[in-house]
Design a protein around this ligand. Structure first.
Ligand SMILES: [Zn+2]
Length: 64
């Protein structure tokens, strides 16, 4: 029987699926991963919106 870093047992079935953590720690890691991805995606969207606005303002300048 494999042990998680929190010393909780990891079932063989779970370990064979590639998990190195117990269910509880696995869920915590999954939530962290989701948070991390959300933080990475958000600035990318903001940048895209900013670029769109910059281009729009440029277009207005050209029109003057
Ligand atoms: Zn654990």
């Amino acid at each position: 029987m494999k042990l998680c870093e929190c010393e909780e047992e990891i079932s063989d079935a779970r370990y064979k699926l590639g998990y190195k953590t117990c269910i509880e720690c696995g869920e915590k890691l999954a939530k962290k991963e989701i948070e991390r991805k959300r933080n990475c995606i958000a600035p990318a969207y903001n940048k895209g919106a900013y670029q769109y606005i910059a281009t729009y303002e440029e277009a207005l300048d050209i029109g003057r």
